[in-house]
Design a protein around this ligand. Sequence first.
Ligand code: MG
Ligand code: MG
Length: 265
Amino acid sequence: MIYLKTKEEIELMRESALMVSRTLAIVAREVKPGVTPSFLDKLAEEFIRDNGGVPAFKGYKGHNGAPDFPATLCMSINEAVVHGIPTIEPLKEGDIISVDCGVKKNGFYGDHAYTFAVGNIKPEVQKLIDVTKECLYLGIEKMISGNRIGDISYAIQQHAEKNGYGVVRELVGHGLGKNLHEEPEVPNYGKRGNGPKITEGMVLAIEPMINMGTKNIKQLKDGWTIITADSKPSAHFEHDVAVVNGKPEILSTYAYIEEALALVK
Ligand code: MG
Ligand code: MG
């Protein structure tokens, strides 16, 4: 069942989404060699709780006997695709780190992600980051009333594969609302004209996960971290988007992150 949102509900969802945006900007200011992911995770949790939100991933139920997710942020470094657990291992020059954050506020979830460079990174890794972000916006452009979910999926897949990258199949974007994961699923691969129809009031978390090499993935023994099968890097960007007046309206923003990154540089 797809739950469509009223204009009022979309405004509440914007608050949740923007709280995630501000949280990611705090991370943006601090991402550098020598900093530990677990320190960044503490900053994020404090900020969310101080502002009346609840971290959505902390305590998220594990599957197949895995422990519940222990942290506020998913922090996935280099070959880690998503769902990485923050550790006390310091970040190194040349790493990339995908940071995914979920917040619940006023009964609604926000869920979005950004991939950061740690210091100077190789040009080919920067290109992977840039193309993954482009994939996100190309997908969002297709979120128009009357289109199908497959139109979003196709746009993302085409751009990634045109650049020689692998598109993860097993993990997908999703509807978002009073639940962190709602219908419909939003795969990052697919056919134009396929899948559920896009309609007014639909809210989606669109989230391309793009690998430099193979599309294939593995799960680590921690029950959470997903890595690429060939150990090449992977990038992940995610926005929360509503259909308003027939067109996509991005509820989250990278503006705060980009401001923070400009100040650090
Ligand atoms: Mg997410
Ligand atoms: Mg998501």
